[in-house]
Design a protein around this ligand. Structure first.
Ligand code: ADP
Ligand code: MG
Length: 629
């Protein structure tokens, strides 16, 4: 494919289009590129800083603001200020329900396995759209700083991200107008930044310790012939530098003999204390004492005055020792899962802003009995590595062999004509991937499996490769059959699609050659179309998803009324019916936000009844993605 692009700012032709590397983090995100000296460099858009806080604020008009400016609204407008969206990416409400308290904004509880949505103002947003806002900001900063359009990127994700989280990250990129060349594991990117894995002759085992703002993970990787393999991962998605800040705040409340209950109720004061605590923590990474005062206006019985924010290094280390010990325990587990001893680890890499604390470094070094790599800024190392990966994919490194990759995504059709990607584009060949599906109708005995190729959200815009029926599924209620669909793409480019109903063992498979009749021009056109139509594709996908969720909810609620009316009062029955009607009307209007709003209201209204009846079967019937027949 030709790599000529026009620089919109100068009108000049540019031979090599810049491909950026993006670290889309829970706390901070950043974008890097390979500079003219062939070195990876984080993009600093004049004055705005390297790190972009992963925070999105929506004003009353629904306009998004991202980064440091958005962060200020965490205090003044918490309900419309979304942080930590990465925790929600590719997740269902069930996945995150236990941690609902940590979010100050509203996450929609639809009691289903479908992906979460967030409410801000009158609108409903998916984590994909919110992540896209962050990516758009990074793209804009890169374009501004480099004075050239930026259309292609490599984006990193944690090694433990599953398929659905990876796909959501790709979709966010597409929605931001980026052609996502590859999703790369964060520990892999960090290793690349240190040059590990660049020499094909190198064979190494690496431990990557990543302690960020709110998450911790450790990964054990092996590299062989330039190929990274994740041997094990471990961690805690609710442990990070924020915990250190919190520990300091509570220490100050005690050392100043403040009324803990009163202070914690004052969210403004708590936020100011937290900011001071973070400042103290960072200062103690290079000095041994922090000593400042915080003026406050007073509250309830507490007179206005000053809080002494004093902290010495030793006290700080005592405060965080327990949390750091937890991370070391995770390292032990990761090693034992990989069936390795510390002596068998060749290199240790530090990632994440919190590894700047000397105590953290010392504990990691002591555990692995090895000096970890810490020469590169730990909060930049992932983005820098992503830029190197982008450079490799651009073919700029002749010393590195580019393995055969899939030119377009491969997937199947799911409800409403949506494309469900099973093998993403640019996956290394040979590869194997699969996912589980279920039926949408009671007693459904056949399932049609249609295989497509392409990047669009609706299958009708993609290339149809094949279609077959999985026959002989024993009649069961909708949602009960478990159909595994596996895609196996061999080194010769032949795709075997396998469908197996696990309860009965019925099985069907076919072989396809996806490259048959596919020209380079078609591939290029399909890629360009997917970017130019990204917004309308995502809108359509979301409408289809909202619709099928809404329809299922109407079905479930009606079934609930039929079966369990005796548990409800006449008024409750009447009002449930009104809510159902409202939802049906919204479904007719086919407006996404309206459907979601009415569905949310019906859900909220009927939740206590469901709890009353505790009928698991009803909710079980709506579980699982289904394929229309
Ligand atoms: P994430 O990967 O979760 O998006 P980062 O890697 O950017 O996050 O890490 C953010 C965390 O690093 C925050 O808790 C921040 O306070 C902490 N941090 C940043 N600089 C320092 C420092 N100099 N010393 C200690 N902690 C730091
Ligand atoms: Mg990170």
């Amino acid at each position: 494919m030709a790599k000529i692009s026009i620089n919109l700012a100068t009108g000049s032709f540019q031979q090599e289009e810049i491909i950026v590397g993006i670290d889309l983090g829970t706390t901070n995100s950043l974008v890097a590129f390979i500079n003219p000296d062939k070195n990876p460099q984080v993009i600093n858009d004049t004055g705005k800083g390297l790190l972009v806080p992963s925070v999105v604020h929506f004003n009353a008009q629904g306009d998004a603001l991202v980064g440091n400016d958005a962060k200020e609204f965490l205090i003044t407008d918490p309900a419309n200020t979304i942080f930590s969206v990465k925790r929600l990416l590719g997740r269902s409400y069930k996945d995150v329900a236990a941690h609902q308290d940590t979010f100050s904004y509203k996450i929609i509880d639809d009691e289903s396995d479908s992906l979460v949505k967030i409410k801000a103002g009158d609108k409903f947003y998916t984590p994909i759209e919110l992540s896209a806002e962050i990516l758009k900001e990074l793209k804009a900063r890169a374009e501004h700083a480099l004075k050239t359009p930026v259309n292609r990127a490599v984006i990193t994700v944690p090694a433990y991200f599953n398929d659905s989280q990876r796909q959501a990250t790709r979709d966010a990129g597409k929605l931001a107008g980026l052609d996502v060349l590859r999703i790369v594991n964060e520990p892999t990117a960090a290793s690349l930044a240190y040059g590990l894995g660049l020499d094909p002759a190198q064979q190494k085992t690496i431990a990557v310790y990543d302690l960020g703002g709110g998450t911790f993970d450790v990964s054990v990787l092996s590299i062989q012939n330039g190929i990274f393999e994740v041997l094990s991962t471990n961690g805690n998605t609710f442990l990070g530098g924020d915990d250190f800040d919190r520990a300091i705040v509570y220490y100050w409340i005690e050392s100043n003999k403040l009324d803990k209950e009163a202070v914690t109720k004052d969210s403004g004061l708590m936020q100011s204390l937290r900011l001071k605590a973070e400042e103290a923590k960072k200062a103690l990474s290079t000095q041994s004492l922090y000593n400042e005062k915080l003026r406050f206006d007073g509250f309830e019985e507490v007179k206005p005055g000053e809080i002494w924010c004093t902290l010495d290094k030793q006290t700080f280390e005592n405060l965080i020792a327990g949390k750091v010990a937890e991370t070391i325990a995770s390292c032990k587990l990761a090693l034992s899962d990989a069936k390795l001893t510390t002596a068998e680890i060749d290199e240790v890499v530090l990632v994440g802003g919190s590894t700047r604390s000397p105590y953290v470094k010392q504990q990691v070094a002591a555990f692995f009995q090895r000096e970890p790599h810490d020469q590169i800024n730990p909060d930049e190392v992932v983005a820098l590595g992503a830029a190197i990966q982008a450079d490799i994919l651009a073919g700029n490194r002749s010393d590195i062999l580019l393995l055969d990759v899939t030119p377009l995504s491969l997937g199947i059709e799911t409800m409403g004509g949506l494309m469900d990607v099973i093998i993403p584009r640019n996956a290394k060949v040979p590869t194997k991937a699969g996912r589980q599906y279920t039926t949408s109708l009671d007693g459904q005995v056949n399932m049609k499996i249609s295989v497509y190729q392409g990047e669009r959200d609706l299958v009708r815009e993609n290339r149809k490769l094949a279609e077959f029926d999985l026959k002989g599924i024993p009649p069961m209620p909708a949602g009960l059959p478990k159909v595994d669909i596996n895609f196996i793409l061999n080194a010769d480019g032949i795709l075997t699609v396998q469908a197996i109903e696990l309860r009965s063992g019925v099985k069907q498979e076919i072989d396809i050659t996806p490259s048959y009749g596919l020209t380079d021009d078609t591939v290029e056109k399909m890629l360009i179309d997917s970017i130019t139509h990204a917004k309308s594709d995502v809108d359509q996908r979301m409408l289809i998803e909202a619709r099928s969720e809404g329809e299922q909810l109407v079905y479930t609620a009606q079934r609930f009324l039929d079966k369990h009316a005796s548990y409800l009062s006449t008024d409750e029955i009447k009002n449930t019916k009104i809510h159902i009607e409202n939802l049906q009307q919204a479904l007719e209007k086919a407006e996404k936000d309206e459907i979601l709003k009415k569905a949310d209201e019906l859900n909220e209204f009927t939740r206590p009844f469901a709890e009353r009846v505790m009928d698991v079967a009803v909710s079980a019937a709506m579980k699982g993605k289904s394929i229309d027949n």
